[in-house]
Every structure is written in C-alpha cells, then in structure tokens.
Design a protein around this ligand. Structure first.
Ligand SMILES: [Zn+2]
Length: 425
C-alpha cells in the first residue's frame, strides 16, 4: 500500500482514539482530564493499548510519562520522538494535547500498514501534566524527562487532590526520588528529534484556509503576576493636577504596552501582551474615591530571546515614564521567565518538504502557545512542530479540529519519517 493510502486507512483508528479520550474526559459541556489523576491515567491506558496493538513496547519513566517504542531492526541513529500530552484544563476541549499523541500512533500505524520499517526507533510519548492549571506549573512531564523542574516544583500541590507533585507522581507509578536530582532521565543528545503535532490556539489557519502549518517557534515569556501601583486615595472632587491616581496609571501602563505590541508587530517582530488581572483593591475601592492602589498582572511573550530581552528594557522604560507622569510608584514584583522555543531549521525545511510531497499547503507560522516542545528545544534536541487547524481557540469546550486535518498532519509526520536517510545522527 502506498503511504498516502496507508495514512487514509488509519482514519477509523484515529477517530476511535479521539472519541475514546473524549469519553474519558467527558465533563459537559467540556472535557476534563486531570493530570496525575484518573483522567490522564485512563487516557494513557487507552493510548498504551493502541500502541501495543501495533507491536510497540510500552514503558514509563520516573515522571510517569508513557513511552511507546517501535524498535528499528538495525538502528542507524538515535530514536525519533513524537509526543504531546493527554491532560486538559478544567472543562477544556478534547484536542489540545491528545490530538498530538494520537497523531504519533496514527503515523506509526500508517508506516506499518505501508510496510515501511523504521531506520530509527520511533517513540510515541504521552507526557504528563502539560497544563499549568493542576500545579500552577506547566510542561511537567517534559521537565521531568529533561531535568528542567524549577526549585520546589515537587512540593507544589495538586489543585484538586491537595497532594504534592512528588506524591502525585508516586501515586501514578513514577519515582519522585529520582527526580530530586533534577538531571535528565535520558540524555537529550541521545534523542534524534522531537516532533509534536498540536492544534493551533488561534484561528490563523482558519483564516489562511490551510489544514496545517509548519511551526517556526514557540513563544517564551516574561511574567509579572503581582504588579502593584501605589498613588494616593483622594476625594472625587480633587482637581486633576493634584491627583496621584493609581487606577489611571494602571490603564496608562496597559495601553502603552498595547501600543508597543502593535508597533512591534507592524515592524515584523511578533509578540503578545496580556493583562490578565486588573483591579482596584476590593476592600477599599469606592465610587467616590480616587484610588490610591491598583493591582495587575503581565504576561509578555515573544519568539526569540534577544527580542524578549529588548522588550523587558522597554517595559522598564514605560513603567518609569508612567510612574513619573502620574506621581505613583509601580512595583513590578515577582518575575518569572521562560525561554522561547525556536524550531530546528532543518526540521522546518524537512517538514515543509514532506508537506509538499503530500500535496498539503503548509504555511509557516509562529505558535501562539508554549508546548512541551519548548523543553526539548531548550535542551538542544532538534525539535519540529506541526500546528493543526482549529476553530474557536483552545482551553475551552468549543475547540474544533476536523479529523481530516489531523490526518493531513499524520501524513506529513509519516512521510518525514519514511524519508529519513540511514546515515545522519
Ligand atoms: Zn497543549
């Protein structure tokens, strides 16, 4: 069977797995598959069974990630990893994460049906707890695998069970003691490539009329969760020139950051600014007072480290300007940052060429969201991603990916694997 036909022939298997994980997570009107809990565990079991039915070997690691291996008879290089996650946010959609794991299974099934023996071990990874809702920290399975847990991570508590991450990992068969060393569970230099298919979290592919995109980079971020602005409480009759209005300073800061965003985009430097928390203190605010206090958060994202550093400089300049003009103090407070995840240039070319061979239009896009792929890229593993068309965004019950679009991505993955030359390492 030709590979393209073999891919199409896997549509019922892929649909059965998509429907299977949807049933496991059913939480009308959405989907909840709790990380390190029954939802994720049952989804892992379903995927393990599907992999074993294809002759793959199932194993887990100290982070309780599932690893399904299709061994090469005579490996010519390090394994090719295809991964994503099976957990969801609370009442999210069915496809964020799960579609990528199922794409790995679909690609292996198609290659087998086409009679193509891999020249490298092919491993499908179901990585644990990608979503930050469960422990206030995301990408946990890939962090465990690659030794990238931040200090104190194992003591974070699960939003539902209250168990620590260490206890949760142990309860799912992992080994938290091994993770305390925070060194990679496998040497990233022994990973030939990491590939991930993921639904797009924005409607750029809907707009473009294309089923999939080859990802250029995942964003890194700079976060200040608790920005505090201090001015002076005052009577509503106070003339403007005497005011030190913290609420308007918060508005100024936000709008200045939006102007920066639009100017950077216009100059061809993509980024995003999100003010998720934005309020006057509820214990004191009133209709009849100028607010002397204001709180907000900031998530600033961009696609390369130098740009992110330049934007942090701009942020500090804007903060100083707003503070001086409004007569307030602005404390940015706690700061966290995550490195951008640039995709491997050779994989961008290789996946684009595979898409062309499959007859699929595949624009090149930056990913709106961060993914497990960020950790692989940051650890030096050649990393590539396919974004799959999806309506209605993500992290909500209305995610809408059409199975034929996922089959297109599976076709590209399978074609790329089939084209691997025996030599490179
Ligand atoms: Zn995801």
């Amino acid at each position: 069977m030709r590979l393209a036909e073999a891919v199409t022939a896997q549509t019922p298997l892929v649909q059965r797995l998509l429907d299977g994980v949807a049933r496991i997570g059913a939480d009308p009107p959405g989907i909840t598959r709790d990380a390190y809990g029954p939802g994720e565990n049952q989804a892992q079991a379903l995927i393990a069974e599907a992999g074993q039915a294809l002759g793959m070997q199932a194993g887990t690691d100290a982070g309780a990630n599932l690893i399904l291996t299709w061994p090469a008879r005579d490996p010519s290089g390090p394994p090719i990893l295809i991964g994503s996650h099976l957990d969801s946010v609370v009442q999210g959609g069915n496809f964020d994460g799960a579609a990528g794991v199922i794409a790995g299974i679909g690609a292996v099934a198609a290659l087998r049906a086409a009679g193509i023996a891999p020249r490298r071990d092919i491993q499908v990874l179901a990585l644990r707890c990608e979503e930050a809702v469960w422990f206030g920290l995301g990408l946990i399975g890939s962090r465990c695998l690659l030794g990238r847990l931040p200090p104190g991570a194992l003591e974070l508590r699960h939003a539902r069970t209250g168990l620590t991450l260490a206890e949760s990992i142990a309860a799912c068969g992992g080994n938290p003691d091994r993770l305390r060393a925070n060194t990679p569970l496998r040497d990233p230099r022994g990973m030939g490539a990491y590939l991930e298919a993921h639904i797009e979290q924005a409607p750029q592919l809907v707009e473009a009329g294309a089923p999939l995109a080859v990802c250029l980079a995942n964003p890194g971020n700079l976060r200040h969760p608790f920005i505090r602005i201090a001015g002076e409480d005052a009577h509503t009759g106070l003339p403007h020139r005497f005011r030190r209005d913290a609420a308007l300073a918060g508005a100024d800061l936000s709008l200045a950051l939006e102007r920066l965003w639009l100017a950077e985009e216009a100059a061809g430097r993509p980024m995003a600014v999100t003010i998720g928390r934005f309020f006057t203190p509820t214990a004191r605010h009133s209709l009849t007072a100028v607010s002397g206090g204001f709180e907000m958060s900031l998530d600033l994202r961009a696609y390369n480290a130098a740009h992110l550093a330049a934007l942090e400089g701009e942020l500090h300049r804007i903060v100083a300007e707003v503070a001086a003009r409004r007569g307030v103090t602005i404390e940015l407070g706690e700061r966290s940052a995550a490195a951008p995840g640039p995709m491997d240039p050779a994989l961008i070319e290789g996946l684009s060429a595979a898409a062309a061979r499959c007859g699929q239009p595949a624009p090149r896009l930056n990913s709106p969201g961060s993914h497990d792929a960020n950790n692989f890229a940051a650890s030096g593993v050649p990393t590539g991603m396919l974004l799959v068309r999806n309506r209605n965004g993500s992290h909500n019950p209305f995610e809408a990916m059409d199975t034929p679009d996922l089959m297109a991505a599976i076709g590209v993955l399978a074609d790329w694997i089939a084209g691997l030359s025996p030599a490179p390492g």
